[in-house]
Design a protein around this ligand. Sequence first.
Ligand SMILES: CC(C)(COP(=O)(O)OP(=O)(O)OC[C@H]1O[C@@H](n2cnc3c(N)ncnc32)[C@H](O)[C@@H]1OP(=O)(O)O)[C@@H](O)C(=O)NCCC(=O)NCCS
Length: 185
Amino acid sequence: MSQQTQVLPEERSPQITLEVADTQLSIGDLNDLCDATEAAITDGGGFGWVNVPERTVLESFWQGVIAMPARDLYLVRLDGVISGSAQLKRPPRNNEAQAFSAHLRSFFIAPWARQYGLAQKLLHFIEEQARQGDIEVINLDIRETQTAAIRMYENAGYVQISTHPYYAKVNGKIIPGRAYYKHLA
Ligand SMILES: CC(C)(COP(=O)(O)OP(=O)(O)OC[C@H]1O[C@@H](n2cnc3c(N)ncnc32)[C@H](O)[C@@H]1OP(=O)(O)O)[C@@H](O)C(=O)NCCC(=O)NCCS
């Protein structure tokens, strides 16, 4: 029996890029973002959806997000493919008293892109951008079952404010939640 040894190309580290989304997503990027979202929801979600919606609903959702002036959409790419995202929601203009703060929402990395450090890099990038936009405090809330994300936020200096015993309902089961803040100064 003859055996063949294949010489594999030299290992290279994956390329990670971070960006604030433009006011319009290309068709390719919109597709990648929807693919990543579907995979994350199927894997257990964590940002609202429990069941994967129709593709057209997802597309409209993301197009709506980038059209909203009070929301910044952040994207992370792994080798050019959108593999995760998050949003910073600023208070409405009339809320001058809280204009220095923003709410971090819908933070996720697609299951296929996890454990490469993307989430940590994305969080750091968002905080840098927030500082530059005169945001001093980031608030967030999260299901208690999202243990990986909780660990990441706590390691990054997010301080727990409270727990909410009736935070979310997933497949008929009530799940508690937690609220956190981070002072960026
Ligand atoms: C939480 C999540 C964003 C982490 O993404 P990721 O790119 O794999 O994370 P990273 O590789 O950057 O790791 C960052 C930190 O997250 C934590 N973490 C990531 N995966 C973990 C796991 N499987 N178990 C425990 N902690 C984990 C760790 O603190 C890790 O830091 P460390 O490696 O120094 O310990 C991702 O698992 C996810 O999208 N989960 C579902 C959605 C979600 O929970 N979103 C938050 C809701 S607001």
